[in-house]
Design a protein around this ligand. Structure first.
Ligand SMILES: NC(=O)c1ccc[n+]([C@@H]2O[C@H](COP(=O)([O-])OP(=O)(O)OC[C@H]3O[C@@H](n4cnc5c(N)ncnc54)[C@H](O)[C@@H]3O)[C@@H](O)[C@H]2O)c1
Length: 344
């Protein structure tokens, strides 16, 4: 009989309860302990999961001999030290997105997990949503034709975080999805941002990624929008897809629309043909993505699946974020200088 994987969770704030619930519901693992600094969090968890061992500090869960795997749902700045300590204690690790705060930290975690033969995974939750599974099938089937662009709008009145800006909070989702869909390399980044509420902590970011093929990905990320929008457009040469994650009935629409490009000799004189065809909305499987993440984590630990969100995937996302952050800082400083010099 296969043994149940014993899991310790660290962090029971906003996201931790979702992880804990899904671990508790998974038939192949058991949640044995929770570390949470706040007493009210520990009490809430103890009420929901009678018998759960709770403690105040992460180090206690990491030191528990009967814990096989640790799930980390704490603020981003703590991911690296906690994940490192857990790996060094011989535990498999699932850490929330983004995996850590710097490329150097990510490289160290990936190397450590490989050296110790442990599973290191990052919760790129969206890869297990019905929408992204449907999009992956659609893109891989070739139905859209060659993908030319991604255009993502991820805006709302944000849950302001103290240790990350809206780039680090919101972009990991789209970056992990695009990395999952495309085998392409980023060759250039343009990024601008605005700090309306906290100096140095952008709450609006516009980012464009240029890829080695003629693919481009644009991101509108904001914590300052009065309306929540989660819209992701994929422009293919044959068809285009719009994913509206807030639309419960038609999350995905595939438009048989495009522009027919004419042969070279005709182009100068004739305007392009616009092709406006049918709109198709595929059925998107329902179900909680986190249940898929947890069951994947267990299967990867058991050697039954290869991870689609391993440490290396997490590191790729952090590489883009770190490079974008450098450019963003430079851009913010330059604009601040010009503002200071502008006549009033
Ligand atoms: N995958 C997703 O869709 C998704 C959604 C939301 C948040 N997240 C991620 O989850 C992580 C946590 O976000 P959140 O919004 O839940 O934050 P939060 O601040 O609401 O909760 C974090 C909790 O961790 C506790 N904590 C911190 N350090 C600790 C330690 N050393 N020992 C014990 N407890 C400790 C805090 O007391 C707090 O309750 C972030 O990385 C965030 O990016 C992911």
């Amino acid at each position: 009989m296969t043994m149940s994987i014993k899991v310790g969770v660290i962090g029971y704030g906003y996201w931790g309860p979702n992880l804990l619930r899904n671990i508790a519901n998974d038939p192949n693992c058991t949640v044995v302990a929770l570390a949470e600094r706040r007493r009210d969090g520990r009490e809430r968890a103890a009420r929901s999961f009678p018998g759960l061992r709770t403690c105040e500090d992460a180090s206690e869960v990491i030191a528990m001999a009967d814990v096989d795997a640790v799930v980390i749902a704490t603020p981003v700045a703590t991911h690296f030290p906690l994940a490192r300590a857990a790996l060094l204690a011989g535990k498999h690790v699932l850490v929330e997105k983004p995996i850590c705060s710097t490329v150097a930290e990510g490289e160290e975690l990936v190397a450590l997990a490989a050296r110790l033969g442990l599973t290191l995974m990052v919760d790129h939750t969206f890869l297990f949503t019905g929408a992204v599974k449907t999009i992956t099938q659609t893109v891989r089937s070739g139905r859209l034709g060659k993908v030319c662009y991604f255009d993502s709008m991820r805006v709302n009145l944000g849950l302001f975080q103290t240790d990350v800006n809206c780039l680090w909070d919101l972009a990991p989702h789209d970056l992990s999805i695009i990395d999952h869909l495309m085998d392409d390399q980023i060759v250039g980044i343009d990024v601008t941002g605005y700090c309306h509420l906290n100096a140095g902590l952008p709450d609006m970011v516009y980012m464009t990624l240029h890829y080695a093929s003629d693919l481009v990905a644009h991101f509108n990320l904001s914590w300052m929008s009065p309306m929540k929008v989660r819209r992701f457009v994929i422009g293919g040469k044959k068809q285009m897809l719009i994913w509206d994650d807030l639309d419960q009935d038609q999350k995905i629409r595939i438009y048989d629309s495009g522009i027919e490009v004419r042969s070279e000799d005709q182009r100068a004189t004739i305007v392009p043909d616009y092709r406006v065809g049918d709109i198709y909305s595929p059925r998107v499987p329902r179900g909680e993505a986190l249940a898929g993440v947890i069951s994947h984590f267990v299967a990867v630990i058991r050697g039954q699946e290869t991870s689609i969100m391993d440490g290396a995937c997490g590191l790729k996302v952090v590489k883009v974020l770190e490079e974008a952050q450098k450019l963003l800082d430079r851009n913010l400083a330059e604009i601040a200088t010009r503002r200071a010099q502008a006549p009033r």
